[in-house]
Structures are given as C-alpha cells and as structure tokens.
Design a protein around this ligand. Structure first.
Ligand SMILES: NC(=O)c1ccc[n+]([C@@H]2O[C@H](COP(=O)([O-])OP(=O)(O)OC[C@H]3O[C@@H](n4cnc5c(N)ncnc54)[C@H](O)[C@@H]3O)[C@@H](O)[C@H]2O)c1
Length: 330
C-alpha cells in the first residue's frame, strides 16, 4: 500500500515508519520537523520525506493534492500531542488537531483513501470502571477536547463506503529514534537512572492505561492492513496501572530508588482505565509490559545510546517554547 504518515518523524511515527517499510509498504511522511528529521535520514532511500507544515492544507489545495496523490491510506499522527503543549498553544492545537484533521479526512474521503487517526484515551478524562469504546467520555483538557472534537468530525463523515479508524491510544513508553522524556514511564526511567530519585506529583493513585510505543505502532499497522475491521473506534492499551504501581515497578528494577511525593497545586485530574478487548478481538496482541520497556529505556540511557537525554528537545512543551523564543529572537 502507499501510506501517507503525517507527523511521521515524531515519537510514535519514528517507530511506525520502519515497521511499515519492513512490511513492504511505500511510505510518504510529512512532518514540520519540530523535533528534528535527521533520525529518519537513514530511511530516505526507501521512503519520501516531506518537511512541511500540515496546516497548509487548510488553504493550499495543491499542497493537499500533492500529499494525497496516489495514496491508499493516511495515518494521521501529526498533532500538538500532550496537555502542556495544548495549554501553551491552544489555537495552534485547535487548528492542527481539529481543523486540519477535518480537512485531511474530508479530502481522503473524497478520494476513497483509508484514514486512521491517532486519538487518545485521555478523551475519557476522569471516569470510573474499565472503560470501553461506548462508555461516556469526559475530556478535561484542551488536548483531550481537540482529540474528541476530531473524533466526532470523523464519525460524522463516515458513510457505507468510507469508514475512518480511530485508535484511542494509552500513555506510551519505550524507545524510539525520537525520544520523548515527557511521558511518565520514560521520565521515571530517566530520573531513576540519572538521579536515583523520581518525583510523583499528587498521591499517584490515578489510573492510566499504558502501552509500549512498539506495540502501538503494531496497532496502527494492523489498522492499515486489516480492511474489514468491525468498528471505527478502538482503545489501544496493554496494562492499566496506578502511578504508584508504576513506581513499584521501578523499585523492583532499582531497589535503592527514592520516590518523592510532591503535593500538587494543580493535580493532573486524568484518571481512567480502559479495556482493549475490542482491538484484541481483531488480532492485536501487545507484547511489551511497562517493566520490560522501562528496563530497555534505562539500559539505553546507561549505555549512552540517547544523546543528551535531559535536553529540552525530549520534552514537547519545553522544546516548542524554546523554538518559539528562538523564532521571535531571530
Ligand atoms: N505519545 C503518547 O503517549 C500518545 C498517547 C495517545 C495518543 N498519542 C497521539 O499519537 C500521535 C503521535 O504522538 P507522538 O507521541 O509521536 O507525538 P510527537 O509530538 O512526538 O509527534 C508529533 C509529530 O507531529 C509533527 N507536527 C506537529 N505539528 C505539525 C504540523 N503543523 N505539520 C506537520 N507535522 C507536525 C511534529 O513535528 C512531530 O514530529 C499524536 O497525534 C498524539 O496525540 C500519543
């Protein structure tokens, strides 16, 4: 298949793209390159890499046509992809996460191109019990609302002949060519390794569904290749854990680890557990649990395989602010 991956140079995309290539797909990536593109240069003989701002499609039909030309499937990952970034840049978040998603999906539908959207379990917000795809949602943040609005837009476009696929991903962890150290397991791996101390803001009792970035990439691969999926929305997660349970995992890995609980003035209210039965029934089997993923990240840091892991570059909101300051100064 010919597959356009938006945001393909990001944390998830950088794991997904090599997987797609290994499966024999022809890949075109479009990415603005906020976190660099050079980690994909080793693959450019096998794929097309377009450095560009996807929001241009909102007003530039030729750019849109060029991206979608000859494509069979779009995997739409490009986004401002966490709560702090969305709080810092709300209008950009709405423009990219909602409006651009809508323009891209409409254009894909007109051309009969499959469309797979990276949504987030954070649309569930604060919610009791193990949530399934038909459970009520409760998006609490600008980021979660942008994802939920985009989901509704896609569902509104669905017809008998064109059905988008919405993957509500859990909180990711693990190694990628483009690392993020603003995701809880990865942050804990970083500071457990470098400082022997991790910090938990609040009581740590909130639940989160976790998923390794490698398994998440396999879910997108499955969604792209399996054209007879039974549903449009899927939760994609592996383990539901309280943050305190994640800290216990780290204590097993590093018994001398100190865990500091910091009273949070503005605690993260997201608290949800999900069932991934629906996607498991489609043939998705996640392999990598938090403990194994955390060990791999810690080992990579110890072995010096991740350049300057404490750089702002690995923290989305800090890096976007730094880029913004540099753009203003320059
Ligand atoms: N990482 C997670 O835990 C997680 C969980 C649930 C859902 N998701 C979703 O998965 C997707 C990928 O997440 P990620 O962790 O890889 O995030 P990421 O921030 O690492 O990647 C996003 C990519 O989009 C690109 N991008 C941003 N604005 C763009 C624009 N205007 N034009 C073109 N490219 C643009 C960035 O340069 C980046 O490479 C996102 O949609 C995110 O919301 C991620």
């Amino acid at each position: 298949m010919n597959i356009l991956v938006t945001g393909g140079a990001g944390y998830l995309g950088s794991v997904l793209v090599p997987n797609l290539l290994m499966r024999g797909h022809k890949v075109r990536v479009v990415d603005i390159g906020y976190f660099g593109l050079s980690h994909l240069y080793g693959l450019t003989s096998q794929m097309e890499l377009i450095c560009g701002d996807l929001t241009r499609i909102n007003s530039d039909e030729k750019f849109l046509q060029g991206l979608l030309d000859e494509q069979d499937c779009v995997i739409h990952l490009a986004a401002l992809s966490n709560d702090p970034s969305a709080e810092a840049y709300p209008s950009l978040t709405y423009d990219l996460n909602f409006h651009t998603t809508s323009v891209l999906a409409k254009a894909a539908k007109e051309r009969g191109i499959r469309f797979i959207f990276a949504s987030s379990c954070s649309v569930y917000g604060e919610n009791d019990g193990e949530l399934i795809e038909t459970s009520s949602v409760n998006p609490r943040t600008i980021y979660a609302k942008s994802k939920h609005d985009a989901e509704n837009e896609l569902l509104g476009l669905a017809s008998a002949s064109w059905k988008p696929v919405i993957l509500r991903c859990g909180t990711l962890f693990g190694l990628s060519r483009r690392m993020r150290f603003d995701l809880v397991v990865n942050v804990f791996s970083l500071y457990s390794t470098l400082r022997n101390q991790i910090q938990v803001f609040g009581d740590g009792l909130q639940w989160r569904p976790f998923l390794s970035v490698q398994d998440c990439a396999r879910a997108f691969l499955l969604a792209a290749e399996k054209k007879d999926l039974s549903f449009m929305i899927y939760n994609v997660a592996h383990e539901n854990l309280r943050i305190t349970e994640v800290t216990n995992t780290f204590k097993r890995i590093n018994p001398s680890l100190q865990v500091a609980y910091i009273p949070a003035q503005d605690p993260d209210k997201r608290d949800y557990r999900v069932s991934a039965k629906r996607i498991v029934d489609e043939g998705f089997y996640p392999h990598i649990k938090v403990e194994a993923g955390a060990k791999r990240v810690a080992d990579a840091i110890t072995q010096g395989l991740i350049h300057d892991p404490e750089s702002n570059r690995h923290n989305n909101v800090k890096w976007l602010k730094e880029l913004n300051r540099n753009a203003k100064a320059g």
